[in-house]
Design a protein around this ligand. Structure first.
Ligand SMILES: *Cc1c(COP(=O)(O)O)cnc(C)c1O
Ligand SMILES: *[C@@H]1O[C@H](CO)[C@@H](O)[C@H](O)[C@H]1NC(C)=O
Length: 415
């Protein structure tokens, strides 16, 4: 007590020119109002052409800025129902258990794994970039016996490799990434669902970077668990993540011997909260209501444009970007054209350049964000994202123009 008084007194002596009206209160406080917070929020204009987030168009921004409603008010429940059917459209599924997780893409990844996997289950993870590595990490934390199928960054998994893994390890779940955003690879999904089912395994697919940008047909491709995020092609702020479970996956969850280790992400609770189980809705958590408003608008814009048009935009603009990069004398990281992710293009860092100087140059001189590599592609590539409303021919021209400028200005003098 004595100590505290001395401290207070000495701090007051040092507290310089506080305005009189603040002096009383400040004498009681050990921590002063931070200077940074007394300045206005700074948000410069930037063209976000990295691997995410993408720019948010005015309509979605406005939706996120609307006044709050109670999270169980009928209008909000209606928004949740709209989101549900919007995800069913985007995923091309009729699964009842379809909803948005209150969190980012990682949260959906954890929700998928921790609801499906119990201690001692065998999980097979296809690793050709950072997302497989992370899925394997999460599955290990859950006490699963994890086996990895490996491919060098830049390559995808042909079905025979998958089948060999299924035969050898007999997993109950296979994890694979549709759009490997760390390497720019698009994984073909045709036939994988059937293959998994023939071997008594569920197919779990990460489509955070590919949803809306590359064809995916959850029901026809017999994918059991599919998830995505809000911040990439859907052009909504990060914070809500679409996810859907097939009937097979739902049954596996219902057969669990133990509760999932997270209350927040327990799919039985979430199914009820989202009106997927036919029971009256009960309070589980307070939904991030404004994130849901934004996600609804992102899904609505996708529905208005049409999935096929969205896929076609991304394909055409990515092709224009790839051609432009080659014309600059740059080398695309993913060799096979059909294996290139239409939303995120990876290009090798050219000889004699430092990738950090190039990304910094684009930011400082052109207010454009592009990114370096991630995980296994660090130092090797630049990643250029063209997602949703920012996948335009004009943006391709802008980023190519900026890169040409960077190649001129950032060359290292070699000894
Ligand atoms: C971006 C991304 C994620 C993670 O999403 P966050 O919103 O950053 O949590 C997961 N998987 C893939 C393939 C991604 O591109
Ligand atoms: C990128 O997206 C932002 C937000 O919608 C938009 O303001 C901007 O015009 C887009 N860029 C272009 C040139 O398409």
């Amino acid at each position: 007590m004595h100590c505290a008084v001395v401290l207070l007194a000495s701090r007051a002596a040092f507290a310089a020119p506080l305005r009189a009206c603040h002096a009383m209160a400040s004498n009681l406080l050990h921590v002063l109002p931070p200077q940074g917070l007394l300045r206005p929020l700074a948000v410069p204009e930037r063209l976000l052409l990295g691997p995410g987030p993408s720019n948010v168009p005015p309509r979605i921004l406005a939706a996120g800025g609307r006044q709050l409603l109670g999270h169980m008010h009928p209008e909000v429940l209606q928004v949740m129902d709209d989101i549900k059917v919007g995800i069913q459209y985007a995923f091309q599924t009729q699964n009842q258990l379809t909803l948005a997780i209150s969190g980012t893409g990682h949260c959906a990844m954890e929700a998928a794994l921790l609801n499906l996997v119990e201690h001692g289950d065998t999980v097979l993870v296809a690793v050709n970039g950072i997302w497989g590595q992370r899925a394997a990490d999460i599955a290990r934390r859950l006490g699963a016996s994890v086996h990895e199928l490996l491919k060098p960054p830049g390559e995808y998994f042909p079905p025979w490799d998958i089948e060999e893994g299924l035969v050898r390890h007999k997993p109950s779940v296979l994890f694979i990434t549709h759009g490997e955003s760390s390497t720019g690879v698009l994984q073909p999904l045709e036939g994988l669902g059937k293959l998994c089912h023939r071997h008594g395994c569920l197919l779990l697919v990460d489509a955070v970077a590919s949803l809306g940008g590359a064809p995916i047909f959850m029901d026809q491709q017999e994918i059991d668990i599919l998830y995505s995020g809000s911040q990439k092609v859907l052009n909504a702020p990060p914070g809500s993540a679409p996810i859907s479970f097939s009937e097979r996956a739902r049954e596996k969850i219902l057969r669990r011997k133990t509760k999932p280790p997270s209350f927040y992400l327990d799919m039985r609770w979430l199914a009820n909260y989202w009106g997927c189980d036919g029971e009256p809705r009960r309070y589980h958590h307070t939904a991030p209501i404004n994130s849901f408003f934004s996600l609804r608008e992102g899904l609505a814009m996708l529905a208005e444009l049409g999935l096929e048009n969205s896929w076609e935009h991304h394909r055409v603009n990515c092709a224009q970007l790839c051609q432009g990069l080659r014309d600059l004398g740059l080398e695309l990281f993913v060799k096979e054209e059909k294996a290139r992710l239409p939303t995120i293009t990876t290009v090798r860092v050219p000889e004699g350049y430092d990738w950090k100087e190039i990304t910094a140059f684009l930011m400082d001189n052109h207010a454009i964000e592009i990114a370096g590599g991630l995980g296994p592609s660090v130092g090797k590539v630049l990643r250029i994202g063209l997602m949703g409303c920012n996948s335009t021919s004009r943006n391709v021209d802008r980023v190519l123009h900026a890169l040409r400028d960077a190649l001129r200005c950032c060359r290292r003098s070699r000894l």
